[in-house]
Each structure stands twice: as C-alpha cells, then as structure tokens.
Design a protein around this ligand. Structure first.
Ligand code: PLP
Length: 414
C-alpha cells in the first residue's frame, strides 16, 4: 500500500521537455484543424492529384490484387527483407545493365523507406568508418538528415547547396565546400527532386562532383526518395547513380517507394552498398542485419510484396512508368501555371525560378511575415522556411494561391 502511494506521488518524467516535431508535422496538424473551405495544404509531402487527393495507382491496385490472390502467410521475412523486393529495387535503382554485371557485389537490405535507409546506412557507417569521419549534408536538406546522423553517432556538417538570390544551386559554393572537406568524408547527395529546394544538379555538375569524389576519396551516400518525380523517367532521375557506379565508385544508395508508388503508409525502401566482391557483400549484409535486428528486427512484408510485383511484372511495370510520367508532368505543369498566374496578376517579382526547379518541392524565398499572413489570412499552409509542395497545387486552387502570394509579396518580398 505504502509502495503504491509512493509511486503515485512521484513523477519520474516531470523533467522531460515537450518533444517538438519538424515544421511539416505542425503544418499538417494546423491544416487539418482549419475548417475554412478554401484552405490549401502546401506542406504535404506526398503526391496529390489534381483534386487534391492522395493517389492510389492502378499499377499498385492491380499488384495488390495479385498479392491477395497468392494467399501468402504473414510470417517473419528474413532480417534483410524479401530478396525478390531487394533485387527488384536494386535493378531499378542502378539500372538493368549495371545490375546484370554487378548484382552479386551489391549488398542490399529492405528498410523502412527513405528514413530507414538513412538510419541504417548511418548506423553502419558509424560502426565502420574511421572515428571522426564527418557526414556532409546539403544546406538546406530534408530536416531529418542531420538528426539521424546525430542519433547514429555521426557528426554532420553542412555544405552550401542553395543560392537564396538566384534560387538555384550554388554550385561554386558546393564545390568549394566539398573541396575543403577532409579526405574520406561521407557526402549525402539527393539523387533527384531535392527536398526542400526543388533544385537538382545537371549532368555536367554531377561529373564535376564525381571528379571531386575520386580526388578526395569521398564516400557518396545517395538519397533517392523521389526516383521518377523530377523527369517522369526512372533512368534520367538516376543519372547520378549511373554515372558514379559506371565510374567504379562504391556508392551507398537509399531508395523509397513511398512517394513514387503512393505507398507512404507501407514504409517500403531499400538500402544498398556497392562492394568489391561477393564475399565482401555477404559480410556487409551480415552487419546490416545485426544493426537492423536492433532497430526493427525485420521489415514488414506487405509493401515489399506490392512493390516487387509492380517492378517484376512487365505489364504492371509499364503501367507504373506511365503513371509516374503523369504525376511528374502534373507537377511540372503546376510550376509553369503558378509562375504564369503570378505574372498575369501583375506580380512585380520574377517567379520564373519556380518553373525552373524540379520535383515535388520549391523553396519559394518568401519570409516569415508573408508566411504568417498566408496562413492566418488566406488559410494557405506552408513550411516555416518558405518551402512549398508543388503537389499541393491543382487547377482548382492555383489562382487563389497565386493571388494570395501576390497580395503578401507585392510590397516587399522577404
Ligand atoms: C530527401 C528525403 N529523404 C528522406 C525522406 C524520408 O522519406 P520516407 O518518408 O520515405 O521515410 C524524405 C521525405 O520527405 C525526403 O524528402
């Protein structure tokens, strides 16, 4: 009895501070709570169709049906995940010809989407790169990257990526920073559809980074969470992966099928490392398994079965490629229409950079006062760094959003 009383009066967690999630989570909650009929969510980080709805792709629906018909059990998969999924993901990530020649040297592990890929990859690196090796991340980057590095015990440092004046890649800043990074550093690179800037590197720039990588023995870690969302073409969006692997650079690759298959609730991704030979690959997989065992034990099978079916069935794969093109083209169209709508309204600013950026995100450059006004007066929700999701724009809301952007920026921009 006494013991019970003591326990009731003693709060073990009274000094624990409130956890603050990233701004995207806050935006989603604020948007959900708003009952204004014309509200717009530009903080959404999964694809939305022209009606503002999440997509359920036909290729995915058909794959789901095929998976159901197999009446599979729900037992644990191997710790590294479903082999058929891992191989299919690697094939699409590295390209068929590289896969055909080198698959036996690529260590792959099914992970919980893009986040899981970065986490497992960073944990592995923390164990096996020399102590003190830093991971360089772009400034800005997906806000979770430095947090994961810290959680995994790695020190992160930013390299310049975005030029706030031109709203394009600051390539000379990037090159200078990578050039001054210590030899052997890990460098995190967004393969395509850079989040949050929408600014991707061109092939000639990737070539220069490749030269720097070789010169400085950099270990490139590609985060490819949006393959297909920049150009609508899987091959083109993976051009950096093709370039680096064909040059014999041992890359690390994180892939997610959350966005490009509309499967974010299934948490399906793949982490892979290019090894020197098959023996090394088996050892690397064994270490990834040891880490994964303590993180999530083994990954969920459902999403992996769906993705594997889409990727391995030629008819569904073809259908998915078409659906991917439609999504990418819609986002491109929204970029152009938004820029044009602002011009037609008479905005004094040059918004053309929005149509020059790629993929699902844009760092608009608008400042805190304008963001506040957009949210409070116009019920348009966006990130506190001025980042918007292009997928949140559609033909029904684009004029309203453009008018609101014009109103809040006509007298001053930042
Ligand atoms: C560049 C980047 N990496 C990783 C993630 C995390 O991806 P996932 O939702 O697949 O875990 C995101 C998601 O927004 C992202 O944009």
């Amino acid at each position: 009895m006494l013991c019970f009383k003591v326990m009731r009066n003693f709060s073990l967690w009274s000094s624990v501070p409130l956890g603050q999630l990233d701004s995207m989570s806050g935006v989603v909650a604020q948007y959900e709570a708003d009952d204004f009929p014309q509200k717009v969510n530009l903080g959404v980080n999964t694809y939305r169709d022209n009606n503002g709805n999440p997509v359920v792709l036909e290729s995915v629906t058909k794959a789901l049906q095929m998976v159901r018909e197999k009446k599979l059990d729900n037992e644990y998969p191997p710790i590294e995940g479903l082999q058929s999924f891992i191989e299919a993901a690697i094939k699409v990530g590295y390209g068929e010809s590289y896969y055909a020649k080198n698959n036996k040297n690529i260590a792959g592990c099914q992970v919980l989407s893009g986040t899981g890929a970065v986490r497992l990859g960073f944990e592995f690196l923390n164990k096996f790169v020399p102590s003190g090796t830093k991971v360089f991340v772009p400034n800005p980057t997906k806000n979770i990257h430095p947090i994961i590095a810290k959680m995994a015990g790695l020190q992160s440092q930013e390299y310049r990526y975005f030029d706030p004046i031109t709203k394009q890649v600051d390539f000379s800043g990037l090159s200078e920073d990578l050039y001054s990074a210590p030899n052997g550093s890990i460098v995190l690179l967004h393969a395509c559809s850079h989040n949050p800037t929408g600014c991707d590197l061109e092939l000639y720039q990737w070539k220069q980074i490749l030269d720097l990588t070789k010169q400085k023995q950099i270990l490139p870690f590609f985060d490819m969470t949006y393959q297909g969302f920049t150009s609508g073409d899987l091959e083109k969006d993976a051009q950096a992966i093709r370039l680096f692997t064909e040059a014999g650079v041992p890359i690390i690759l994180g892939q997610s099928f959350d966005k490009n298959m509309g499967l974010s609730g299934q948490r399906t991704g793949c982490l892979s490392l290019v090894c020197s030979n098959e023996k090394e690959k088996l050892i690397v997989v064994s270490q990834l398994n040891l880490i994964a065992r303590s993180l999530w034990s083994c990954p969920p099978v459902h999403g992996a079965r769906i993705v594997e079916t889409v990727l391995n069935n030629p008819e569904l794969f073809k259908l998915w490629l078409c659906e991917l093109r439609v999504m990418a083209q819609r986002m491109k169209k929204m970029r152009v229409s938004f820029t044009k709508a602002l011009k037609d309204i008479g905005s004094p600013h040059d918004w053309s950079y929005i149509s020059k950026q790629f993929g699902m995100y844009s760092l608009t450059g608008i400042g805190p006062a304008q963001i506040k006004e957009l949210i409070e007066k116009y019920h348009i929700y966006l990130l506190n760094n001025g980042g918007i999701s292009i997928a949140g724009l559609n033909e029904s809301n684009i004029k309203y959003v453009a008018q609101a952007f014009h109103e809040v920026t006509k007298h001053n921009f930042i």
